[in-house]
Write a protein that binds this ligand. Structure first.
Ligand code: NAD
Ligand code: TYD
Length: 373
């Protein structure tokens, strides 16, 4: 008999696979059910090392299938949900916003309805239950880069900030892309289910993640793969947009903490205090990748190619994680430079994983996305 039974949605994706692995290994007395539709971004190879563990189960299902989710919740006596399943790539959302409304908005509503229906019929109702929703800092919109040369970061001595403002939990929602608009709507539904029905929810809004198992349409794995293959590295606009990078293992730890100890009805921001301009990040990636591959310094600098900017490209994201740090004692543990070295080494050492996800369909997407840039 397991002490808890938890559904993790989107567990075959990038962050989800790290959360599933953490929970399966750290909590052998929990039943962990990975519920994933296996879209192009879902990959069971991300979980090879834990797939035979007795406390792990995979279910292929769409989060929009409310009845199906409810059946599993009853069958497995689920008392916790960590909801990560989503369409996640901004560029894809610009091309096809409806898929984002479907999964991110309707899918989240469907998960909330299943949780409500299951738990409110039990004698102990909300007692010991938790619905944790994983969201993004992109719901807050964009910050200005008003310190373009970089100034000392208030939370991270030795690191730089490219502006004076940071997203807090009280920053008004102002999403710009179809992706962030859909995530914002999903956050509103989660909050509404807490405020209206008393569903025990928490929300986390996190900055850009990086690390192993990220699908190579996102900037960091895309660059590493292109440098390895000696293909052009597409830098949008002038490369001056700023992202706040967080190592994915630190995000998984934050989700674990908030799921277990976060106050019901609350939101927690999670950030790496690791701001970088895209162009500086790309130059670091070229340097690290070439060094690990034993290529001469500067050999691949000319792969860096400035291309047409993304429509509505948010200037800067930067998170204030003060609340999470004060209330739950969380801090990022992996310094950006160290995490980036580890990440490049992982992708170069796991070519079979990269080859597995960069087959024909990926190359079609890549060609279609970058041909007209
Ligand atoms: P990802 O794109 O790597 O993986 C998404 C997963 O969800 C895949 O396994 C996919 O198969 C699954 N999925 C998609 N639609 C589904 C559906 N309808 N039903 C069931 N499963 C479905 O995503 P990620 O980067 O790991 O992001 C996970 C979550 O974290 C998302 O909610 C995202 O908004 C949030 N987030 C991501 C970042 C980041 O930098 N990647 C930052 C902050 C927040
Ligand atoms: P991305 O990894 O898509 O994450 P997000 O849009 O959610 O922040 O992009 C990170 C940054 O890198 C963003 O400012 C857009 C930029 N970018 C490029 O310059 N070139 C690329 O090929 C991609 C995918 C992103």
């Amino acid at each position: 008999m397991y002490r808890r039974s938890i559904i993790i949605t989107g567990g075959a994706g990038f962050i989800g696979s790290h959360v599933v692995r953490l929970f399966v290994n750290k909590y052998p007395d929990y039943r962990i059910i990975n519920l994933d539709k296996l879209t192009y971004a879902g990959n069971l190879a991300n979980l090879k090392d834990i797939e035979d563990k007795p406390n792990y189960k995979f279910v292929r299902m769409d989060v929009c299938d409310c009845e199906g989710v409810l059946d599993i919740m009853k069958e497995e006596r689920v008392d916790g949900i960590i909801h990560l399943a989503a369409e996640t790539h901004v560029d894809r959302s610009i091309k096809n916003p409806s898929a984002f409304a479907e999964t991110n908005v309707i899918g989240t509503l469907s998960m909330l309805q299943a949780a409500k229906a299951c738990w409110e019929s039990l004698p102990d109702k909300w007692e010991g239950k938790r619905f944790h929703h994983v969201s993004t800092d992109e719901v807050y919109g964009a910050l200005k880069s008003d310190c373009p040369e970089g100034s000392p970061h208030p939370d991270n001595p030795g690191a730089v900030a490219y502006g004076t403002e940071f997203f807090t939990e009280d920053t008004p929602y102002r999403p710009h892309s179809p992706y962030s608009a859909a995530k914002a709507a999903s956050d509103h539904f989660v909050r509404a289910f807490h405020d209206t029905y008393g569903l025990p929810t928490t929300i986390s809004n996190c900055s850009n993640n990086y690390g192993p198992y990220q699908f190579p349409e996102k900037l960091i794995p895309l660059c590493i793969n292109n440098i390895y293959e000696r293909r052009p590295i597409p830098v949008y606009g002038r490369g001056l947009n700023v992202r706040d990078w967080l190592y994915v293992g630190d995000h998984a730890d934050a989700i674990d903490l908030i799921f277990h100890k976060g106050r019901v009805g609350q939101t927690y921001n999670v950030g790496g205090a690791g701001e970088r301009r895209n162009i500086d990040l790309v130059r670091m990636l070229v340097e690290i990748t070439d060094r690990i591959l034993g290529r001469p310094e500067g050999a691949d600098d000319d792969l860096i190619t400035f291309v047409t900017d993304r429509a509505g490209h948010d200037d800067r994201y930067a998170i204030d994680s003060g609340k999470l740090s004060r209330e739950l004692g969380w801090k990022p543990s992996v310094a950006f430079g160290v995490g980036l070295e580890k990440t490049v080494a992982w992708y170069l050492g796991n070519r079979d994983w990269l080859d597995g996800v960069t087959g024909g369909e990926y190359m079609n997407y890549y060609a279609e996305t970058y041909t007209n840039k």
